[in-house]
Structures are given as structure tokens and as C-alpha cells.
Design a protein around this ligand. Sequence first.
Ligand code: 5GP
Length: 139
Amino acid sequence: MTAYDPSNIFAKILRGEMPCHKVFEDDVALAFMDIMPRSEGHTLVIPKVPARGLLDMPADALGPYMQRVQKVAAAVKKGMGADGLTIQQFNETAGGQIVFHLHFHILPRWEATSLKPHTGAMEKPDVLVANAARIRAAL
Ligand code: 5GP
């Protein structure tokens, strides 16, 4: 398995070297807004353990991490007033992974509304600030 590379963008966010719109943090996980959201309120939850993907995540760290994924998912749904959620996790380039630090995507969904395509367009900072505040208020 390919080794974890600590120069990835999410490792930089964890070390405070890059900014993010934070919604949750404790000793296990950090959650922040996806900068190119595929739905309004698209949030990422990453573990503090340096794992590349699901398969190299230490098994004993997985349970506590998934508890944080569930907690943040509930706040995303409530804070964004969503009808449902799509939760995604990609492994390796062939699996659609772009950033090689384990993360779950929490995508709020509304009836009859499709996910936006991944265009590479960055969301306006004030939108990310507002959505992060809505989600934090629901935690
Ligand atoms: P994946 O690796 O699961 O394919 O997706 C990585 C996700 O990280 C994408 O949805 C992308 O929009 C997001 N992303 C990439 N770079 C940054 C960044 O610098 N900040 C934030 N907040 N999200 C990012």
C-alpha cells in the first residue's frame, strides 16, 4: 500500500498551515466546508490520525472517527434543513480520490435536486462562512 504523504492539503489544514471553514474539531476529527461543494453545505470530516484512506486507517481509531462522522452528518442535515444526505468516501485515484488523507463527504440533499458536477469552481467565502455557522449551530 502507498505510504501516507504528510504534504497533502488536508494534513496542512490539520497542522494549521492552510485555512479552512471549520465546523467541528476534537482530539479525533476535524470537519470543515468543502471548498468546491457539490451541494449546498457539503462538509468533509477527516481523522487526526494520518491515514491515506479507509484501508490503512488503524482499526481501533475507526470507531471513534465514525462517531464523529455521524455527529457531523446529523448537524449538516439539521443545520442545512436537508431532506436527506449522501455520504461518500473514495480510495485511490481509481476510486475517485484526489486528496490522500482519509475523509468522508457529507452532502446535504433535497428532494428532486441533483448533485452539482465537480467543475473545480470555488465557492464564495461568504457562502462557506454562512453554511459553516448554520452547521455549527446544529451541533
Ligand atoms: P476526494 O479526494 O474525495 O475526491 O475529494 C477531495 C475533496 O476535497 C473535493 O471535494 C475538493 O473539492 C475538496 N478540496 C480540495 N482542496 C481543498 C481545500 O484546499 N480546501 C477544502 N476545504 N476542500 C478542498
